[in-house]
Design a protein around this ligand. Structure first.
Ligand code: RAM
Length: 344
């Protein structure tokens, strides 16, 4: 049965994740000619990141439901735009039908992405956007302002609304993290309750565990009065948690951010972090695949006002500037993290 779910879903609806039945699927879309699969490339920021592996699982789930889709999961070994450009050029040469990109740089990828679209390939971005000229639409996991501001509020509560705090991000060019950081800074400047808080530094761990760990140690050393760190990256938050634990700083330096429950469960349960937030990356990969499938089949244009059927995720509406926004993030604490850790 076809189900219609509002694009901006209430947290209550989101909390039902995992209990969604895998219905909808094939009934939403026309079957392709027998034998010819729709080849969908999922191009991630970098390989070896658990967040994107969950995205891949969601893409494979959608492919299984649709029946005539092949997922090609690719990404550079480190999170660079150059690596992604090289992969896009290869994907053009191998004539894939569609590409979903989580961008390491919103502008640097535009020429390659445009070239792909000129070759008839349907290109969307998800998670971390490509600038408008280089994609049909961007699928955002949640509202940018909401994510940014709530990250800073979460940290403020943890540090008791005063003292020095820092941000440990992914790469310096990442579209999504930079947009969130902008709102974190706005919240800090605009919220009168945060007047006694100071942003000591923004550092970049490049979504590499090793570099993130080293950057966290650097923050401890450079800012001896540091009271809290927020990491808007699953890789960064797990590495920072380990650094806090290894240095015996649990309780002295608070940690918030966006993390995978599966990677953060032990740290949240032991009190290294009082809580983290995230959306379901499986749903992101699943939805991206359905969107691309419908674009390839000519069922949708992806233009503003379009409504795209996405299986168990319902209908995805495309808004201004080709922006499709999914739902509100979940928050995880020691009471509920185990349940989610089993999923992603
Ligand atoms: C990392 C990546 C990804 C981001 C998550 C929160 O895995 O940087 O783009 O959305 O963290």
């Amino acid at each position: 049965m076809k189900r219609s779910v509002k694009v901006i879903m209430a947290a209550a609806v989101l909390s039902m994740v995992g209990s969604f039945a895998f219905a909808g699927g094939k009934s939403d879309t026309k079957a392709a000619p027998a034998g010819k699969k729709v080849r969908v490339a999922v191009l991630v920021k970098s390989l070896g990141n658990g967040f994107f592996e969950a995205v891949r699982d969601g893409a494979n789930e959608a492919a299984k439901e649709l029946g005539d889709v092949e997922i090609i999961y690719q990404g550079p070994s480190s999170a660079t735009a150059e690596g992604q450009i090289e992969i896009i050029n290869n994907l053009i040469a191998t004539k894939v039908d569609a590409i979903a990109i989580s961008a390491n740089d919103q502008d640097a990828l535009v020429p390659a992405a445009k070239k792909a679209m000129e070759a008839g390939i349907k290109v969307i971005s998800f998670d971390s956007g490509v600038a408008e000229a280089g994609r049909i639409l961007h699928l955002a996991p949640s509202d940018t302002e909401l994510i940014g501001r709530s990250q800073m509020r979460q940290l403020a509560e943890m540090v008791g609304w005063s003292g020095e705090v820092a941000i440990l991000s992914a790469t310096a060019q990442a579209t999504n993290q930079n947009a969130w950081i902008e709102y974190m800074k706005k919240e800090l400047a605009e919220n009168p309750k945060m007047k006694d808080m100071k942003l000591a530094a923004v550092v970049y761990g490049d979504d590499s565990s090793d570099k993130s760990y080293r950057e966290a140690l650097g923050l401890f050393k450079s800012y001896p009065n540091l009271k809290g760190i927020t990491c808007p990256t699953t890789v960064g938050v797990a590495a920072t948690a380990k650094a806090i634990q290894d240095q015996g700083l649990t309780g002295k330096i608070q940690l918030g951010g966006l993390g995978l429950p599966s990677e953060m469960k032990a740290y949240v349960e032991s009190g290294v972090s009082k809580g983290i937030a995230l959306w379901n990356p499986i749903d992101l990969g699943y939805t991206s695949t359905y969107i691309l499938y419908n674009l390839v089949k000519g069922k949708n244009t992806g233009k503003e006002g379009d409504a795209i059927g996405a299986g168990r995720m319902g209908t995805i509406k495309v808004g201004a500037k080709g922006l499709a926004i999914m739902g509100e993030p979940f928050t995880f604490n020691k009471d509920n993290i185990a349940k989610y850790a089993a999923m992603f």
